[in-house]
Design a protein around this ligand. Sequence first.
Ligand code: F6P
Length: 318
Amino acid sequence: MRIGLLTSGGDAPGMNAAIRSIVRTALYRGSEAIGVRGGYSGLFERDFVDLDIPSVGDIIHRGGTILGTSRSEYFTTDEGRDVAFRVLDGYVDALIVIGGDGSMRGALELADRGLKVITIPGTIDNDIGYQEESIGFFTAVSTVTEAIGKIRDTSSAHNRANVIEVMGRNCGDLALYAGVAGGAESIIIPEVPMDLDKVVAKVCHGRDRGKRHHIILVTEGRDAQSITETIEERTGVETRLTTLGYLQRGGDPDVRDRINATLLGKEAVERLLQGEGQGGLALGIKGGLPLAMDLREALNVEKEFRRDLYDAMEMISF
Ligand code: F6P
């Protein structure tokens, strides 16, 4: 079998581990692995590369993606998807897509045109509802948690409040998990209506009992600048904003992301070889184990909010 693979959308630590696993499983099973460089864009340029065993050596521990990635505008059009399908049809027998929600929707378009497709969730946002641990998420949580620790040091030194803006698009998981792990005082995320009075009250309470640091995590898109100004105005505590930005997407994948990526890469190839993938199949991790679901169905599953984590954080962080 000739198996095509690509990474698409925002890169996530662990994508390389997934590529390695797909390629090595395919070759072990006597199949071929054809990498598409630059995500869906690479299809239009026919930017293909035959992947052999050494080509995926020394990458399991590296962030980014050796295949490169993109957000292809053209691929969002019907015409682009028709062209992409025609490029792949007959050239490969199936395609494995590693990426987030948008990449999975693109993969479904190819599946609807008749290509066998399997998707592996790779995004630091963890915004994919049918499963629990997208590749890259836990590494990004560690990165943000480490940043919280560093910012808290300087916050304490200066007796300041610090607002930290984190990525996540429309999903608060990155802020929530890192906020819990890093002991943030407040978390402002899309899943919970913003209550600035509560945030201000927490800072004042901390200030009045002599606390010298206050960490407020905010998911991007919530106007962190004006939140920062409001906190300073209403508490009298000097308040600074740090936008963590793209550093959250980089870095060596952690153990969990490497293991999940390895498991899912192997699973994707094995399932293709067993004849699956027609109509589109989504893989993911739930309860620590691989799970497979019809791709269209998977995309309709709403993301569950970890209210238990949020409530725990609210109760114990002062
Ligand atoms: O989806 C991952 C992500 O890092 C989001 O958290 C963020 O909103 C977005 O990608 C940034 O995208 P770009 O790389 O196109 O600026």
